[in-house]
Design a protein around this ligand. Structure first.
Ligand code: SF4
Length: 383
């Protein structure tokens, strides 16, 4: 097998990545476009993405007992985050039982490389949250965690997981690869979706992956803008992709007397344009972080520091001992997070989150202790 040269800064070795395969499929020119964007000026991750990364690290690095104890003060999890990780582990256990796998090897956050079958050189790679190999590699289970609350694609349709099936087929030739998405913050029954790739499906998955790789290698591969593919593309809003910038210009040029079906199309275009504008702002922030006077008339305003108490009980004990507050005064400064309270009750009483929420709300409602506010209705695309 050809030797791989890994750069210390790019674990993908400059090759296409499984996480972008849906984008490559919808916009084959996006691979070439992304190569034109310097790595240092690519978009920064959002606060939600940063929390997702932190939870991925926690579940990869810490044992179940460690998460249960939540004793790492440098990375103390909220009750909700801790319960989320424990639910993710419970979902894993249910999957292992459902598919009757006795793992003889588990890879955690390991990058797997797909190789050209003739030249044997690596051609693409993917990093998978958890890969469990059953006896004789006959069955392999791949688990992908999604820590967001929004809708996610099912395991069956997910391009990244199809890549995992293809690479595992190429490297190990199992009889079956089971792929699963584990979304512990989704509502009840929708937390886990899974799909089984049989021998025939594995062959098809491999063909599909190589077909996509061939499409994106074409120097004239077309760039096709659309919300799904542009959403996280590093080229959006940059000179490497005039098509994405054209989407913003198109929205700006729309007349104001659209009929309902024209408005429906315009709203889709606006979603794309928002992502492009957001990418421009992120790019500006990155440039200004590197060079404070890089953009005439713009600067980075320092962020605000917010302080919070990390342990309410200890804080009260100390402040009370110092004669600074009474119990009533301290409680008046505290607010209770219902989600955390529900998680605590669920764990203590061994209830599902829904049942724990009902129990907490029933108790508190009796004394009018729940204040309910409904936000204004928001615009959403119908499924
Ligand atoms: S921003 Fe959109 S259109 Fe442009 S290369 Fe990326 S995916 Fe394709």
């Amino acid at each position: 097998m050809a030797k791989l040269k890994l750069s210390p800064t790019d674990e993908r070795a400059g090759l296409p990545s499984a996480s972008a395969f849906q984008r490559y499929d919808l916009c084959p020119g996006s691979w070439n476009a992304a190569q034109l964007v310097p790595a240092a000026t690519r978009n920064q991750s959002s606060v939600d993405a940063a929390e997702g990364t932190m939870l991925h690290e926690q579940i990869a690095l810490r044992s179940r007992a460690d998460i249960e104890a939540n004793s790492d003060l440098s990375q103390k999890l909220s009750h909700e985050q801790r319960a989320t990780l424990l639910r993710a582990l419970n979902n894993d256990a249910a999957l292992i039982e459902q598919y009757g796998i006795t793992p003889r090897q588990v890879d955690i956050e390991k990058r797997l490389f797909l190789h050209d079958p003739v030249k044997l050189a690596p051609v693409a790679s993917g990093k998978f949250d958890r890969v469990l190999y059953g006896d004789f590699n006959a069955r392999v289970l791949v688990i992908d965690y999604k820590f967001g609350r929004g809708d996610v694609e099912s395991a069956e349709l997910n391009h990244q997981l199809r890549f995992s099936a293809a690479v595992l087929d190429a490297e190990h030739g199992p009889e079956e690869v089971i792929v699963a998405i584990n979304q512990p913050r989704a509502d009840g029954g929708m937390q886990v979706t899974s799909a089984v790739y049989t021998r025939d499906d594995l062959v098809k998955a491999r063909e599909e992956v190589f077909a996509i790789l061939e499409k994106i290698r074409d120097p004239n591969a077309p760039r096709i803008a659309g919300y799904e593919q542009c959403k996280y593309c590093p080229a959006r809003g940059t000179s490497a992709c005039p098509e994405s910038i054209a989407a913003v210009a198109k929205v700006a040029g729309l007349p104001d007397n659209l009929n309902p079906s024209e408005l429906a199309e315009a709203l889709k275009l606006a979603k794309l344009a928002e992502r492009v504008i957001e990418a421009m702002r992120e790019q500006a922030k990155t440039w200004l972080a590197i060079q404070p006077d890089a953009i005439p008339g713009w600067l980075m305003k320092p962020g605000q520091t917010r302080k919070s108490v990390t342990d309410a009980q200890r804080a009260f004990n100390i402040l009370s001992a110092d004669g600074l507050v009474t119990q009533d005064e301290f409680v008046a400064a505290c607010s209770v997070k219902l989600t955390d309270l529900v998680e605590i009750v669920a764990e203590k009483k061994g209830l599902k989150v829904k049942a724990a929420r009902e129990a907490v709300e029933t108790s508190l409602r009796a004394d009018f202790l729940i204040d309910e506010k409904t936000t204004a209705p928001s615009l959403a695309e119908a499924k």
